[in-house]
Design a protein around this ligand. Sequence first.
Ligand code: GLA
Length: 715
Amino acid sequence: MGSQAAPDDVHITIETQQTALVIRVDKEKIATIVHLGPKLRNTAEYAAIPANGKRGEDYTGIYNSAYTSAGSRNLLEPAIQVTHADGNPSLDLKYVRHETQSIADGVVLTKVYLKDPQYPFEVTLFYKAYQKEDVIEQWSSIRHTEKKPVVLQKYASANLYIPAQNYYLTHFHGDWANEMNPSEVPLTEGIKILDSKLGTRADLFQPPSFLVSLNQPADEDRGEVIAGTLSWSGNFQLAFEVDPLHNLRIIPGINPYASAYTLAPGVEFTTPAFLFTYSNKGKGGASRSFHRWARKHRIPQGEGNRLTLLNNWEATYFDFNEEKLGALFKDGKKLGVDLFLLDDGWFGNKYPRNNDKTGLGDWQENVKKLPHGLGYLVKEAESAGIKFGIWLEPEMVSPKSELYEKHPDWVIKLPNRSEYYFRNQLVLDLSNPKVQDFVYGIVNDLLTKNPTLGYIKWDCNAVIYNAYSATIQNQSNLYVDYVQGLYKVLERLRTKYPTLPMMLCSGGGGRVDYGALKYFTEYWPSDNTDALERVFIQWNYSYFFPSIASCNHITDWGKQPIKFRTDVAMMGKIGYDIVVSKLTEPELQFSQQALKTYENIKNVIWKGDLFRLASPYTNDVASAIYVSESQDRAVWFTFLVKNRYKAGSTAPIKLNGLDPAKNYRIQELNVYPGASSAINKNTATYSGNYLMTIGFDPQVDTRRTSVVLEITDVK
Ligand code: GLA
């Protein structure tokens, strides 16, 4: 039966500025969650929360366990399930103690120690509370000293518990070039699972990120929302269970699929972290919390600078030589970008990388295409006045490569089955420390030989087929050890090269997760760069990831004019993947000016607060504004997303995030050469109060399909 609050119960409170997660430990030493939501003014009052108040009586008293263990009296989805060394399949976790310490300015870490009373098996729950950002990072560590290994059948990162009247889950789905399509569904009794089994990446079909709106469907500015994302770049499982008492249990973690993990005595297993934020200001509030947190605490140089770049992928594909590249450097300089990024196709000699079937793994310059080597190109670019960066896909190998010939045992594949290829390639076995050294060595050598190399695009285009390692002892450890091996390599690289800008790409947006983003300054959202599609794709990533990390490139995909493409790309980190010499004179002039404008407004976009004003899913336009922290500047983007007669912004759009007491001037940016802006003829100023109550019409219609407005405080 559900335990009642008793005077000697222990209450562990994990608090941020706005939110509290409260764990109660009863006299039986059972740890349960009794509150997740707004924090109380008086901490002492957490003790008054009735243990069974909202949720009613349950048979086991542990429906709301802080970390549900399987095998004894549990009836619901467990967070952890183990088979002990002696074959006993049950786990009982009792509270031992907890400690709370401030580990950095505004960061408080709480550790809750749990232990099985019968076995030398311990779990520690970690809760890192980022005060100002209202984000909680939760993970667990598992350790035992049994006589032989223990098998971890399931080992979730967290186990949340939330009672509400109704639950609306927003999750995302898609495929290559079609990332991040949202679906909002009411959760009913039973379990909804979001997961992936791709091995090298979390996403192709579903990302490890979601929003749950409590009581009513999610709104941008109102209502209670829990937003969560798992920091793990491999197989994940997010389980949402509405229990028999209609309370929501959220259990996110590594996917237990084919991953029963054999854990040796004395070795600590640390789960990936689950990040979540509670907002009572709708989805907008939740996403702003994630953005602030990611910039300050997660993404390298999250509050620093980024380089604009010109990439040659869509301009040349595999077909280039030094001369062509030399011309592209000059074009990049003329355009006004900071860096030239050489994409796929520069390597391989025995099996030259002239298409996507050969050469991966042979990271030596192709002597026909680049007879003078990379060092020469770096210098050539520098003398043309721009930096040079390079594409790598270091975890992968082509079946036709010298690497595969030399080290067949470094490749993930089953011994007695035919090889299956994903984009004509196989995956290197990063669970093997020798392979980790090889991958580290590739990047380290490149950077040692070319110390001024300014940028790396790290790609990962394959999933794991035929999962089997030639060296690992327990095959079902492979999926986990792969990702941990990758993180080890990245950790070593980041320690040696802490400030190198690195883009994370995975056949499009396969690795947009905070596990990988600990090491990368930016991510590639999708290979789909059609600007109209990008309005939607970027819109959905923005619930979790800040604009400073979103690589938005202007390419020739789609039918949108260069102004529309540029305006869309400006909502993040701008880049180009076009043939500059094919631009018309007005297009070039527009682009050169746009880059100058971007220089001036980029910090508002990257570091400001994002408010979504009109959703492309329910309006003719998509509209969003970035407001600087001091509310003195804002950049406002509006795009036409429907093409019907009279489609457009027919009425004022209400702004958000401004200071009601300030007066603002509105100016249109990125006006195309020869066009004029009626908005720029208007010299009126408006109070923030007016703009947020009445609004302003950006005058978007079929003749003005994208409009960027700068809003400046008039002192
Ligand atoms: C992937 C990436 C592209 C490009 C190609 C190169 O598809 O997403 O941007 O780098 O690989 O092969």
